[in-house]
Design a protein around this ligand. Structure first.
Ligand code: PLP
Length: 376
């Protein structure tokens, strides 16, 4: 840039424009800042975009998961099979209710729950399965549902990273009839700043979710009436204004993310020591959330991150394994239990990724990554 400074390329960047400003201003001027008509509109338009019957807006992906766990009744004595290669909230939501996350290793290609490992872990206490569509690649839902069916196990889908993904049967992630959760933090495919959504399994479930997110207030109740325990997990109408504007341009946001991913795949195709993520496999389609590569043996990831940072490029080790955090070690988890997940954790690197990334920026990241690897 001018005066010799290098242009910084950050990891993520939301896209907020005049339409977001217009709808947020509309809410500000309406005086309805908490639950209100914009939230209802956001739920309707999100469900219409996704192709689900309904959708319940909440304050985050984490609170969506928590209400999902409660809706399924998972609690003390219940074990839920899930992936150690995820963001920590997908295991914490079980701990909130006293259920035990039982981790199963992941598939080396998709980094999603390996159905074979799930089959091996099924036991008397298994109450359900909590698959995560990690980095936007659809989990093996048909196989997991087949494993769940004989014992009538419930499934809660963590689709927080996968809005817009399509599974092996051509279904949009979140529309299989399981409870599914989405998240709208600022680096996600669409954002409300903070926010989340639950796709309920049935009308009764939706009413309960709407009551629990609002301190246990059913739709026909006054502000100081409560029909059970609840939480303040409401999404404000201000955030919903952002959500409506983002849903309106979601197709464009997703296709531009895909175009950036294509540029990366081309730019990194010949870089030795860098493995790029798969975009499609049969009918399965990734919805691009982050661009995470795997580094080959002998490449020092920390040194690579430091070298990229010197060149103005942000990157991040993605993701630490959940079972190795202190509060899960307390349950007895240790290194070496999930070798595929642990290997991915040790060598994966997230590169800058957002829809407005230019061809020149992607090219620069690819060149600098190649140089960082060569210079080791
Ligand atoms: C897989 C996964 N689950 C849950 C969450 C939690 O979402 P939030 O940050 O909106 O609470 C996230 C988001 O970071 C996520 O990536």
């Amino acid at each position: 840039m001018s005066n010799g400074e290098i242009e910084q390329i950050q990891l993520a960047q939301p896209e907020i424009g005049p339409r977001e400003e217009e709808l947020v201003l509309e809410v500000l001027r309406s005086g309805r800042l908490s639950l209100g008509p914009m939230g209802e509109r956001f739920e309707r338009e999100f469900a219409a975009w996704l192709g689900s019957e309904d959708a319940v807006a909440v304050s985050s992906g984490t609170t969506a998961l928590h209400l999902g766990v409660r809706a399924l009744g998972w609690g003390p004595g219940d074990e839920v099979l899930t992936s150690p290669f995820s963001f920590v909230a997908s295991a914490n939501c079980l701990l909130y209710e006293g259920a035990r996350p039982v981790f199963c290793d992941v598939d080396p290609e998709t980094l999603n729950l390996d159905p074979g490992a799930v089959a091996a872990a099924l036991g008397e206490r298994t109450a359900g399965i909590l698959p995560i569509h990690i980095f936007g690649f659809p989990a093996a839902m048909a196989e997991l549902e087949a494993l769940a069916a004989p014992g009538a196990l419930a499934i809660l889908e963590d689709a927080c990273e996968a809005l817009g993904a399509v599974d092996s049967e051509g279904k949009a992630v979140g529309t299989r009839g399981n409870l599914a959760t989405f998240a709208f933090y600022a680096n996600k495919q669409m954002t409300t700043g903070e926010g989340g959504m639950i796709v309920p399994a049935g009308a009764g479930a939706a009413a309960r979710l709407r009551s629990e997110r609002n301190q246990g207030r059913a739709a026909d109740m006054g502000w100081l009436d409560h029909d059970g325990i609840g939480f303040n997990y409401r999404l404000s109408d201000l955030a919903a204004g952002l959500g409506v504007a983002q849903v309106e341009k979601l197709d464009s946001l997703l296709s531009r993310r895909e175009a950036v991913a294509d540029l990366y795949a081309q730019g990194l195709a010949d870089v030795e020591g860098v493995d790029t993520p798969i975009a499609v496999r049969g009918s399965e389609r990734r919805s691009w959330f982050v661009y995470v590569v795997r580094l080959g043996a002998g490449i020092d990831r920390d040194a690579t991150i430091a070298r990229l940072a010197e060149r103005g490029i942000a990157s991040k080790a993605y993701l630490p394994c959940i079972h190795l955090f202190p509060h899960l070690r307390e349950l007895g988890y240790r290194e070496g239990q999930f070798p595929v997940a642990e290997a991915a954790s040790a060598d994966s690197l997230a590169l800058p990724f957002f829809p407005a990334m230019s061809e020149g920026q992607v090219d620069r990241v690819c060149r600098e990554l190649a140089a960082a690897i060569r210079s080791r």
